[in-house]
Write a protein that binds this ligand. Structure first.
Ligand SMILES: C[S@@+](CC[C@H](N)C(=O)[O-])C[C@H]1O[C@@H](n2cnc3c(N)ncnc32)[C@H](O)[C@@H]1O
Length: 341
């Protein structure tokens, strides 16, 4: 390709990122949702409804019109089908793409600066962007909740086995608690306890459990996975996209501790993106995002794991393990270890 063709290609790709940046502003300020309720509105009317500044909303409406999220008519704006699909409450919402895009830009900027010193500031980088943090949980929920509820939970036999005897499901690094809410919807004989290090996540998790009427069966507390005490032995302990967050601080000690917190016959269920054994696989379009994310995980003090190393660590901790693969490219790995009865 010539330099001109390369520039044209990159400019086109950059428009995709710009489009998601425009969408992000609308998502986190409720503009898509408000306009959906209003049906048709001037920028000023939309600003009043969303309790935002009129000047900013007018400029946003122009940008959202330019990228095809809004249509314009004489007396205001309406949502296009694309704009309607960006509403967080829309079925199969496009919202996670917008949140991921701005989060990635933040992480890229942090990685660029930190590479000079090697500093790895940890989980706190997520909280550096005021508008991003509250959307982290909803983004993960929108990305993974349906896959769990409709595919993983029915296909991984451990869940039916635990539900048959009833008991306690613990989720370590629970985020906004979507996993336990989905699990309890399917498994009516289970209770849940979710633990997360971020106050904001626990606040959201409690609120969402209450909204679904699950508060009697579902509790959430703030805590550090490295320094926990469970008052009751668990029937299943889950970690979703959380094991890689604590791996570098001593996985083997943690997994042995997990085994000891389980009732005999209980399960540890680890869900992680499967880092490929061969670098070449990262060129696959579906895995490119994971390659970038692993750089931003490095900023947080983490790195993605190969499924085999998780399985080996579980076995070494006395938890014979089995792996199940999900997702179109098999890159979602669920590794189940069981404490012998
Ligand atoms: C990628 S998120 C996954 C959240 C949730 N499990 C999900 O699937 O949506 C990782 C979570 O682990 C939590 N976390 C990371 N390190 C932790 C620690 N040491 N103690 C408690 N929570 C931790 C983070 O706050 C974050 O919510």
């Amino acid at each position: 390709m010539t330099a001109t063709e390369l520039k044209a290609q990159l400019r086109q790709q950059a428009q995709g990122a710009l489009s998601l940046n425009v969408a992000y502003i609308g998502v986190v300020n409720g503009l898509f949702s408000h306009l959906h309720r209003l049906g048709r509105a001037s920028a000023q009317r939309l600003a009043e409804e969303a309790a935002m500044d009129g000047g900013y909303v007018l400029r946003w409406c122009d940008a959202a019109f330019a990228f095809g999220y809004l249509d314009a008519c004489d007396d205001g704006f309406t949502l296009t089908a694309l704009g309607a699909a960006m509403r967080p409450e829309a079925p199969d919402s496009l919202m996670p793409l917008a949140v991921q895009s701005v989060l990635s830009a933040h992480m890229a900027e942090r990685a660029a600066g930190l590479m000079r010193t090697g500093e790895r500031p940890g989980e706190s980088v997520l909280a550096e962007r005021q508008t991003v943090l509250p959307w982290f949980g909803p983004m993960l929920e929108a990305n993974f909740s349906a896959l769990f509820e409709h595919t993983i939970c029915p296909q991984v036999p451990a869940f039916a086995a635990v539900n048959a005897r009833g008991g306690l499901a613990v989720d370590l690094g629970c985020g906004n608690g979507w996993y336990l809410r989905a699990l309890l919807r399917r498994c009516d004989r289970l209770r849940g306890l979710g633990i997360d290090g971020l106050e904001e996540n626990v606040r959201q998790a409690r609120e969402l459990a209450q909204r679904e009427g699950l508060q009697e069966r579902l509790q959430f507390v703030t805590g550090d996975i490295h320094d926990l005490q469970l008052v009751e032995a668990a029937d299943v302990i889950a970690m979703n996209r959380a094991l890689h967050h604590v791996w570098e601080k001593g996985a083997q000690t943690l997994l042995s501790w997990l085994r000891d917190q389980l009732k005999p016959g209980g399960f540890v269920v680890i869900w992680e993106p499967a880092w490929p054994s061969q670098r070449q696989a990262l060129r696959q379009p579906a895995l490119r995002g994971m390659a970038f994310q692993n750089l931003s995980e490095h900023v947080q003090g983490n790195h993605f794991l190969r499924t085999e190393e998780i399985e080996t660590a579980l076995v070494q901790a006395g938890l014979p393990a089995q792996t199940y693969r999900f997702g179109t490219d098999g890159s979602e790995a669920v590794i189940v270890g069981q404490r012998p009865a």
